[in-house]
Design a protein around this ligand. Sequence first.
Ligand SMILES: [Zn+2]
Length: 340
Amino acid sequence: MPEGHTVHRLARALDGLFGGEVLAVSSPQGRFAGGAALLDGHRLVAAEAWGKQLFCAFAPDLPDVPARVGREPGGPHELRWLRVHLGLYGAWSFAGDGSADVVHAIGAPRRRIGERETTPDDSGDDGAGPGGGWAPPEPRGAVRLRLLGAHAVADLTGPTACEVLTGAEKAAVEARLGPDPIRADGGRATPEAARDAFVARVRRSRVTVGQQLMDQAVVAGVGNIYRAEALFRAGVDPLRPGRDVPEAALAGIWDDLVVLMRDGADRGAIVTTRPEHREPDGGGARPTRQNTDGEPGAVPRDASFYVYHRDGLPCRVCGAPVLTKELAGRNLFWCGVCQV
Ligand SMILES: [Zn+2]
């Protein structure tokens, strides 16, 4: 499942590709036909992420109506919000005419982002239409949602959630989410309030800190990789009850997540190792696909993590074998020496 940094990148890509444009919205598979009809012919005015939730705002294309008229909640032209959660199997596929904006937004004329971070697509179908003009490729697989603009197309397959919300319904979804380290305000009134909310929430419970970090109501956007890596970098035992972790340690974990996850969103890959610890492990760890694989200058994936998928390999800091165990249905990775 993509972690929050990937969803933030998707929001940026959708904004870059389609922001301000009137889109043809459809559901080639048919399962989202009703929702697509609510958005078809509307203008995508903004895309944003909160944790693993993606929200796209659509406004009616009404050239004679000033932008703010009727957009208030309950008004006749209120924004409609597309909410997408990729879940385990969801993915977006992008294709475009290769214009500079498209390449800037998605890094290549055709790209798939979602499950296992990214899957390069080498179908050879470049979408060249008759007469050399660009034509969107045929939908491939069960495409729940297609967003089609003048220069690009985005196809969504296999999401856990895909629905159209009012502003009030979107706010209700957000109210259930913990603070998000990637958002500039952390998803609270101020960045400091976001950190305080995280610290207080973890310390309210005796559930292990390892389990709480995966709870989207505690912190939004953290998945199995950031969970394992942030706890390692903080030297905190993932099996320690939340209420027993010192406030300063939790505040430090939050501040570290802010840096790591924003870097992930910018870089398109998770890298948590400090340069002095980046000895490749010779492919001993199970491979984790990342968006930047193969790009010049990218940190190799077998040098990117301290503990994630490195069970049995020597800890990069102390040399003890990295441990693993199942916790609440997900594999946890940690060093029993460095994290006490
Ligand atoms: Zn260690």
